[in-house]
Design a protein around this ligand. Sequence first.
Ligand code: ADP
Ligand code: MG
Length: 393
Amino acid sequence: MKRTIRDLADLEGKVVLLREDFNVPLDDAGKILDTTRIVNAIPTIQYLSDKKAKVVILSHLGRPKGYEIRKSLWPVAMFLTKKLKCNVTFSNSVLGPEVEERISMMDNGDVLLLENVRFYEGETTCDMKFAKELASLGKIFVNDAFGVAHRQNASNYGVARLLPNAIGLLMEKEINELSQVMESPKKPFVAVIGGAKVDTKVKILNKFIDKADVIIIGGAMAYTFLQAKGKGIGASIVYPESLDIAREIMFNAKENGKKLLLPIDHVCARARDKKQKAITTDKIVEDMVGYDIGPKTIELFSKEIENAGQIFWNGPMGMYENAKFRKGTAKIAQAIANSKAYSVVGGGDSVAAVNLLNLGSKMNYISTGGGATLKFLENGSLPAIEVIQEKIL
Ligand code: ADP
Ligand code: MG
């Protein structure tokens, strides 16, 4: 078990470097479109502030190439000012005289958010010289950034190697919840996987064949599996390089006596039709694209969800961003929300869909990670967690 901030004594007056994941979507005017990740980080920040530490927060936002004003963390600082009970300031740089001066001016319990660490080249390359400069700002390092813990960056991995460290309360919660998913699932355990990116999700599918009882595959992913089975899929999205793996996964499921369900009908539109008229069909013809699961599939999938003891859901059932192709995702999300099963949702788009449908409060746990969530389920840990000290028992 990893050391947590609750195991840290004597925080009063100490500069704690806290890595959070404030990688939130912003509109052109800098308005935060989804504040979930920030809200979930508040307990850790407030805890450290209440213990009278000087809390210096590091985060990234997006994938900037050098400085980009649209990827500034300034809007996050404004939001924190409203949400926290303590004094919050912002530094335009991560290193140098401005930061040093701002830290020297901090009172116990104050919070200072530093600008986007990805404005610095050394961040994603995990340059240890950059990590050392970051580490020199504080006395203790706390990693609470679950969403990026699958990456070895300077501010979440490099710094941890240089300072006494611990995980934050959000990180602890993510670890506990997601460990539970794989280690002691309530039966039957139903895994619902959709979305795109078959290549990044195949490993986790094989893992679910091992741990789950039923594997449901929807979304764009399903067409690679249907193609591999020799079904007509028209012009739907296929990942040709994943066809062999799809065959292997279906074979493994059969060998292990696990139920693997694929869509049996679809909501389609003509590939070239600008009006995108939605048509429900069992068979997809030549120039049609499957954009959502059909009503028979919704029924088939919902029945399994209804009887589940535990559900893990990642990936929308269709192109939910377009209201014409949202029904599948909405109905499956509703079925998961209604079921008595312990429900865990992970994945950027899946969580966005749950929030769009206002079903967040009906899920038992919503992970703040996307790639990190899947990688954690796959391996049982992540590099930026591994590097943290064990709890002394
Ligand atoms: P998550 O972020 O939850 O892991 P992904 O990123 O893998 O999910 O996939 C989400 C994307 O997949 C969405 O943009 C959605 O529109 C798209 N998608 C899902 N089903 C289809 C489909 N049948 N055709 C085209 N795009 C699809
Ligand atoms: Mg996504």
